[in-house]
Design a protein around this ligand. Sequence first.
Ligand SMILES: [Zn+2]
Length: 315
Amino acid sequence: MYKLGIDLGGTGIKAALLDKNGSISQRAAIATHCELGYQAVFDRIAQCAGQCLEQEHIKPSDLKAIGLAAAGMLSEDGQEIVFSSNLRFLHVKAVDEMKKRFPCPITLTNDADAAALGEHFYGAGKGAKSSVTITLGTGIGSGIVMNNKIMSGSFRSGAEIGHQIIEANGIQCRCGQQGCLEVYASGTALIVDAARRARENPSSFLNSICSGNLAKLDAGMVFQAHYNHDPDATRAIEQFTKYLGIGIINVINLLQPEAVIIGGGLSAEKENLTKPLNDYVRKHLLFGGQNMRTKIRYALLGNDAGALGAAMLCE
Ligand SMILES: [Zn+2]
């Protein structure tokens, strides 16, 4: 029997088919097109899943279970997507919609939890019993795995590492609070800070690397400018590292996981991202980091993490 994991995001749907050994046997991806409404989105999920089954020459009845990971707030009973700005969903009964299209049990999960579980079992957390995955993108997504189980709080909406407050009276966050980690250490936060520095210093290499159009600046370019010894890019990265480091120190002090895994597009910078972070955390952790055993690693799975984790979560 096979398991199918589906990662439903605002722009794309990804599916991964796992064989009985838990190995990926097929993958498929299509655009979400959430502007067509939720019924059409679930039809597209069925289409994407169908591609995986066709490639493997199997039928829907060969599926033992499907795990669906969705970007959004889920109901406590795990049946409904209560709200998702990315998907433009409001009170969508996702499990019922899936059951209309598939004959097997369905498990709905949060996309950040699924990505954390994927990295934990298949990626940078392989072999560890506990890990925390922090995904840096437009915002900060996070998932906590302790004793090989996802920990999302008593009411299923905890583990929001990006909304820990690290600056009292700090920058406004979209969650309504001020000074959250997300507004200092997401991919977007790094870009915003680097662009501000570039505007203040027209001779900065940050302006050249995006051909003078700072709206096109991305986090990879900020790292490129830093590798080219641009002081503005370096300062932006130092500040980003400091805040992300503070966030990680709080995570270690609370949970002491075996690994903290940094995901998102920035994980492409590999050790250039994790080495300075590790140095900062070690220096500022309690008792001078003498007993720091937590490893800070970059994520290994890229786009597969969510679909893999979703498949892991289904029974
Ligand atoms: Zn916030």
